[in-house]
Every structure is written in structure tokens, then in C-alpha cells.
Design a protein around this ligand. Sequence first.
Ligand code: FMN
Length: 361
Amino acid sequence: MTQPSTHLFSPLTLRGVTLPNRIVISPMQQYSAGPDGLPNEFHRQHYGRLSLGGPGLLFTEALALTAAGRVTNSDLGIWSNDHLPALAALVAEIERFGAIPATQLIHAGRKGSVSRPWEGYSPLDAATAAKGNAPWTTFSASAIPANRGWHVPEALDADGIKRLLDDYASAAARAAQAGFRVLNIHAAHGYLIHSFLSPLANHRSDNWVMVRLSCVDDEPGGWTLDDSVALASLLKEAGADVVDCSSGGLGERTTTKMVRRPEGYQVPYAERIRTEASVPTMAVGLITTPAFADAVVRGGRADLVAIGREALNNPHWPLHAARALGRDERFERWPPSWGWWLEKRARAAALAETSTNATGG
Ligand SMILES: Cc1cc2nc3c(=O)[nH]c(=O)nc-3n(C[C@H](O)[C@H](O)[C@H](O)COP(=O)(O)O)c2cc1C
């Protein structure tokens, strides 16, 4: 599938949408919205800053498809038409510097109704409600909590599942209306869809199973890579264009049990699914160096490479990657008001080096 000359800065066209390069900013929840789920000035600055860094595809954080589908009371949402103007404004910020705007739909399921990570990431209760942070009823495949002491979710009945599918359809239509060009269905990390997939969370006997996958559960007896390969084939048949290959997260504290975490530790999942299900894949997880990211694409191990935390650490990562890979010797990818100065500085430094070498100093 990969041409020999394909690399991190090759464009990729799928279904008429062309990404200028293979670098993706992974969805990252900021837990910084108000209870209305609307983006605010922080979100516009945050995504504008990431867009200036030059990724091909820039995901917003996950958008909750219903208010009950949030993780915290501070998540962004897309559960009503009232969200559209602010989301369209966010799309404009992302597109302003050439990134393709993408978003993700989430229903947190049994992992919802918790406080923000830096406030404990624990179930909301009467005490938090007294401070304006009220809990809500959570839903899942079966009435099994994500962790000991967490909310016991209600198992969705057939009508509830039908309503949920309608909610997905409405939210997807709104995402298109707001101007997003790529949509990712969050089916990983223990949220609602994952709880239907994994035998650890789904003890149902009916057959409601239905595209970020947790490719393995990181827990004995759970969802496996073989399951993911089989599901990826079905997803491809159902029209999915890319399978985004993450892992784990079913319960808050079940990670790192089985999965070791060297750089790019989830790349083997993307590689196997790409080969065996013949579907384009995205690799994500501890990918931090340009050479590694480039090798993943060149080696045909994945079609796209997503970076998450490294983009928080360095929002200009894609621009630096282009420099490191010899794809931008003169800072031409940078906004000219920055690039012109940086190129001049680099030239001056090179000259200083030459004269130091010439004088033997
Ligand atoms: C602050 C933060 C928020 C995240 N929120 C989401 C999210 O909304 N949806 C999602 O699929 N993954 C989410 N993730 C996971 C990242 O998209 C990514 O898969 C993970 O951080 C591993 O990649 P990295 O090592 O490059 O950070 C989040 C990660 C972080 C650090």
C-alpha cells in the first residue's frame, strides 16, 4: 500500500480530503469548558497555537454527544445546535494556518460523572454537588463500575441503544455542519463503545456490537489484538476510512499491566491491523521523535502518526520535524513573520561556525 517514497511529509488523500502531511495532533481533552459544553477563549487560543505548528490534521478534544456522555462537567459538547456557532469558530481557527479540522465524538459511558484529573479524577457526589459540580446517571453495556467505588452504570436497554445511535447520527451531522472534515468515533479507553466491545465490561447476551480502538485491553481475559483485526475488517466494510490504534483504559487503574511502553509502543497494533485488515491506520502513543515518526510512515507500519502530549510540550513539533528531516532548510513552512528571522539567525550561526572553524578557535 505504501509507495517507496512515502514519508512523514507526503500528502494523504482519503475520500476527497487531502492532508498536507501525515502528522496528526491527537484528540486531547482540556476539561476547560463551562457546564454548557461551549468552547471559550482558551480553546480558541489553544487550537490556534497548535494549528500554527503545522500538523496535517488537527483534532479537537473529544466532543460529548449528549450531556450525560461527558467525562466531567467541564467537557466540550456537541449535543445541541446551540454549540454550532462556537464550534464553527473553532474550525476557522484550526483551518487558518492550513491544518485540516477534525473532531471526535465521545460518550464516556461508565467512566463519566467524575472530577477533572487535577481535582482527583474521582466520582462526583453530594459534596462536589454542593460546590456546583453535580453527578449524573451513567450508562454502560452492563451494570459494572469502571473501578471500585465508582458509579454503578445503568445497563442500556434496546431503546436506549437505539436512542444512542440517533444521538451519534445527530452529533455527526452537527460536526459536519460546523465544518469539521474528519470525524473520529471514540471506541477506546473504556468509554461507552469500548464497554460494549470488551468482555470485561460487557456481560450481555444480546448482539448489539458495533473508530479509535483500544486494540488490546491490557488486562487478562479482555479484548485482544485478534479481536481488533476482526473488528477493523468489519469497520472497513461499514465505511470507516482509518482505524486509529490506541489501547487500554477500560478501568482507570488497569493500564501498564501487560503493555510495555517504549517509544511508539502501539505502532505494532497499527501495523498488524493495516496489514491484516487492509485498512489505513493511525499510530499513536509515545511518538516523540521526527525520525521515528518518519520511519513508521516510510516502513508502511501506519498511514498517519498522531502526537499528543509532545504537542502540548511543543506545539511547533511538526515544524521542527520538517527541519529535522531536511524538509524545510529555509524555514519556509513557518509563518513568514517568524521564519524570516529564524532563517537569518540560522545563517548567522552557520557563518559564525565557519569563521570559528577557519580561525581554529
Ligand atoms: C490531556 C490528554 C487528554 C486526552 N484526551 C483524549 C481524548 O479526548 N480522546 C482520545 O481519544 N484520547 C485522548 N487522550 C489520549 C491521546 O490522544 C493519545 O492517544 C495519548 O496521549 C498517547 O499519545 P502521546 O504519547 O503522544 O501523548 C488524551 C491524552 C491526554 C494527555
